[in-house]
Design a protein around this ligand. Structure first.
Ligand code: PBG
Length: 323
């Protein structure tokens, strides 16, 4: 035999020379759930190790993450049911706790990168990402609200705007509005290929944001489709996105890989709540080695082509490396 691939695996030093993919804290964005109030740290039962924080404790949590090298955070608000309405008006309310949290983070941790969420579902009495009329999700009227949301978040200090809603044309509308108001330097990480997925269940527990009727199939993508993701990517690129995101990550590694081949923009992937919950649950039962599986999953998403990964594992992964 002239070629023996095992020679490149014979010890750790050689394996590390041959290694094709790396993972570091710079590749991770840590999603954080914010709730109104003080001194609140509420566990989310379907996401062991993940909590909803009031602003004061969220600042502490982010500060701890920064010590482990995690510098980017994505914030999601949990809104009380009585503050929700058809148009998600709480999202635009001056100085609401979500906007205050963005500003507080930027003030206390100026080096942190703050990504925000643009979509109606946390604020919507219908639990949908857009405005609902006669059971339909209205695209263009929703985009008008999304634009306003992006602007108040940019004013509060957001570094990256993350439209997670899947309405058509929203990236362009947001980009133009940001530029007009002098926010040329605020980035857009577009949820480009976001699938109508069963893997979002625990996230909807965390925010109490499950749709009150129907599903999200008229705006989120069909899990059967990969070529359609290329179409979405082309549009988002033309509309001015800075990053393209695939979500969920694990069942869509092929989509990440396909997008990698056609775009010159950096790719993000969202290792979503259900993917996290499965690993945690099997780990707690002793059925898998949780950390080994976690590391393998994160590496696989990088290998598929993602530059950056939003993951609930970010903090514990980084803490384990720092030890
Ligand atoms: C909705 C949104 C969802 C997630 C982030 N933003 C869920 C949904 O579309 O219902 C899911 C994230 C996760 O599961 O971790 N705009």
């Amino acid at each position: 035999m002239l070629s023996r691939p095992r020679r490149n695996r014979k010890n750790d030093a050689i394996r590390s020379m041959a290694r094709e993919t790396s993972l570091g804290p710079q590749h991770l964005i840590y999603p954080l759930f914010v709730t109104d109030g003080k001194k609140i740290k509420e566990p989310i039962h379907s996401m062991p190790g993940i909590f909803r924080y009031s602003t004061d404790l969220l600042l502490k949590e982010a500060e701890e993450c920064m010590r482990y090298g995690i510098r980017a955070f994505c914030l999601f608000p949990r809104i009380e049911e009585k503050l929700k309405d058809k148009t998600g008006s709480f999202s635009l309310r001056k100085n609401n706790f979500y906007l205050r949290t963005i500003s507080a983070l930027k003030k206390e941790l100026p080096e942190a990168v703050i990504m925000t969420d643009v979509a109606l579902d946390p604020y919507s009495s219908d639990g949908h990402d857009g405005i609902v009329e006669d059971g339909k999700i209205l695209n263009d009227r929703t985009v008008e609200v999304l634009v306003k949301m992006a602007l108040v978040q940019a004013e509060a200090g957001a570094d990256i705007i993350g439209p997670s809603d899947m309405m058509d044309g929203r990236v362009k509308a947001i980009r133009e509005a940001l530029d007009k108001k002098g926010f040329q330097d605020v980035s857009i990480m577009s949820y480009t290929a976001k699938y109508a997925s069963g893997f979002y269940g625990p996230f909807r527990d965390a925010l109490d944001s499950a749709p009150k009727f129907g599903d999200k199939k008229t705006y989120q993508m069909d899990p059967a489709n990969a070529r359609e993701a290329l179409r979405e990517a082309k549009l988002d690129e033309e509309e001015g996105a800075d990053f393209l995101m695939v979500k969920p990550a694990l069942s869509y590694l092929d989509v990440i890989s396909k997008l990698k081949d056609i775009t010159t923009l950096p790719l993000a992937a969202y290792n979503v709540s259900g993917e996290y919950a499965m690993v945690k649950a099997a780990g707690m039962k002793g059925w898998i080695d949780e950390k080994k599986v976690r590391d393998e999953i994160l590496l696989s998403i990088r290998r598929a082509g993602a530059s950056v990964i939003l993951s609930y594992f970010a903090k514990e992964w980084a803490r384990d490396q720092a030890r």
